[in-house]
Design a protein around this ligand. Structure first.
Ligand code: CO
Length: 212
């Protein structure tokens, strides 16, 4: 098991190696960031955002929380989306969940874990809405994995329904919201094909007119 000093030693090696490959790397990044993508993913240690999509520092703006939830009451997540869309002008928001998500699995069980159970409540409601489909699956693993997919799609729609994203679309800003799921078993990402690119991709009752 690594000890805490290992992290600092690793950091020194990484910084030295980066600087030797590209002497302008740190000076360039210290001047500004210009990412084209916002990544909203799970806090799970096995899903390191930059690494799995081959992005360098500076290329991905990242927000992670347990089970990659986007709740309209979460000021933290909303602030990230607003800054990414309105200041950094990202063109893509990727909501990426992962199969075997512990948060999703916890939301399907009755064992109490503490405060986190409150956070995971929206997944319990999602589970209830799709109870019939989930009950038809062959195993608990399959049910967890399907709920991981349903959760990603629901969270991508939640991103798209924010006033931030809807107003970007009203301004004509190119912005796509993607629903992806990562497989821990083979390291591959699957695009669930539920990309939202404009107001018309929202459910009719979610659509807001532009501010007058
Ligand atoms: Co997870």
């Amino acid at each position: 098991m690594p000890v805490i000093q290992d992290l600092l030693a690793n950091n020194r090696h990484w910084a030295a190696s980066r600087a030797s490959q590209d002497p302008d790397f740190f000076p360039r990044l210290s001047r500004q960031q210009n990412p084209d993508f916002l990544w909203i993913g799970c806090a799970d240690s096995r899903v390191p955002a930059n690494e799995i999509v081959g992005m360098d520092p500076g290329e991905l703006f990242v927000h992670r929380n347990v089970a990659n939830l986007v709740l309209p009451s979460d000021l933290n997540c909303l602030a990230v989306i607003q800054y990414a869309v309105e200041v950094l002008n990202v063109e893509h928001i990727i909501v990426c969940g992962h199969y075997g998500c512990g948060g999703v699995r916890a939301a399907m069980q009755d064992r109490q874990l503490g405060l986190i159970d409150n956070w995971l409540q929206p997944i319990r409601r999602l589970c209830e809405r799709h109870a019939e489909e989930l009950a038809g699956l062959a195993s608990d693993t399959a049910r967890v994995d399907r709920l991981c997919e349903l959760n990603v799609v629901a969270q991508a729609r939640s991103v798209a329904a924010t006033t931030i994203v809807q107003n970007a679309w009203h301004r004509g800003q190119p912005l796509a919201v993607h629903a992806w799921v990562y497989a821990l078993a083979d390291g591959l990402i699957r695009d669930l094909g539920d990309t939202l690119r404009g107001i018309d991709d929202l459910a009719p009752n979610q659509r807001l007119r532009a501010l007058e």
